[in-house]
Unconditional design. Sequence first.
Length: 346
Amino acid sequence: MRRCFELARLGLGMTRTNPIVGAVVVHNDRIIGEGYHHEFGGPHAEVNAIRSVKDPLLLKQSTLYCSLEPCSHHGKTPPCSMLISQKGIRRVVVSNLDPFPSVNGQGIRQLEESGIEVETGCLEEEGLHLNRRFFHYINYKRPYVILKWAQTADGFIDLEREPGDQEGPRWISEEVCRTLVHKWRSEESAIMVGTNTVLTDNPRLNTRRWTGGNPVRITLDRRGRLTNSAHILDGTQDTIVFTGVQRNYSGKIRTVHADPSYELVDVMEELYDQQIISVFVEGGAQMHNSFLASGLWDEARVFTGKMSFSQGVKAPEINEKPDELFNIGDSKLEVFRNRDSTLHGS
Ligand SMILES: NC(=O)c1ccc[n+]([C@@H]2O[C@H](COP(=O)([O-])OP(=O)(O)OC[C@H]3O[C@@H](n4cnc5c(N)ncnc54)[C@H](OP(=O)(O)O)[C@@H]3O)[C@@H](O)[C@H]2O)c1
C-alpha cells in the first residue's frame, strides 16, 4: 500500500478535482504491475496498473492494491470495478473508501457481488492524509487551506515598505526554500494573497522553479485598490479577483463582486462552487491573521530564517507546538495542523 501512496503522489496537482490514486498488482509477493491516476479525465490508477502487467494470465492469481476504493460508475471512464472483475482478479485491498456520493461503498459492494475478496482500511490514516485536500473538499464543502510565510529569527515577515517600492522584498529564506515553495504552488488548485502584498511586492504567483501547472491566482480587493500594473492582473493565468468595484479585465480573469462586508467564509463558499479544492495562502500578515482568527485554515508551513530585522511587519503567531519540524539549509521549517479546522466546514 505504501508503494500505492508513492505512485499516487506523482499525480499531485494534476488530477484535481479528482483524488490522487495509486495501484499495484501483486503476484506471489512480487509487484508485477503498477499505475497511478496521471491527470483529470485520464485513466484511473487501477486501469494503468492492470494494463502494465506483461502476462495478463497472472491476473487471475493476483491481488490488486488500491489507495482508494475503485469506482463503480460511468464517469469520464468506465467503472474500474467492472474491469477488475472482467480480468478475473480474486482479491482487492483498499486503503480508503471514496466519499464521492456516486461511489461511497458501491465500488466495494460491486466487487464483493462479483465474488471478489475485498479488504478495506489498510493504512487508512496515511491514506486519509495523502488525499486530505480531496476528502476535505468533499466532506466539508470548502477548499483545504494551507498558510505559508517566511519570518526572521526575531519574528518579522518584511520591513515596513510602501506600495510601489522599487527595491522589492528582502528575502528571508534561502533559494532552496523558494524552490520548495514553487513545488508547493504546483500542488495546489489556487494561490491567494492580500491586497497589500500585491501592491508592495507585485508577485507573479506562478510556478517558475518547478514543473507542473500554475495555480489559480486569487486576491480579495474589496476597496478596488489594485491597478492594472499588477502582474496578477496581466490576464495570462487563471485569476479570480474578489472586488468591490466594477472593473473589466481582459484575459483569464474572472471577477466576483465583493462588498466591504465580504469575508473569508464567503470567499470559501465561492471557491467551493468554482471547484477549487485547495488554496495556498502566501500572505501577508493581515491575510494570514484573518485566516487564523476565523479558523478557516488546515495547515501552516512557516520558514524561520537566520536574519533579524528588529522592526517591520510582525509575523502571525500560532501558539502551539509544530506537528513537524525540518531543517532546510540554514532555515527551519515548522508545519502546524489545525485540529479544529473541520468544525468550520458546513
Ligand atoms: N515573508 C513572507 O512570507 C511574506 C509573504 C507575503 C507578504 N509579505 C509582506 O507582507 C506585507 C504585506 O502584509 P500586510 O499584512 O500589510 O497585508 P496583506 O495581508 O498582504 O493585505 C491586507 C489587505 O488585504 C485586504 N483584505 C481583504 N480581505 C481581507 C481579509 N479578510 N483579511 C485581511 N486582509 C484582507 C485588505 O485590503 P482592503 O482593506 O483594501 O480590502 C487588507 O488591508 C508586505 O510587506 C509583504 O512584502 C511577506
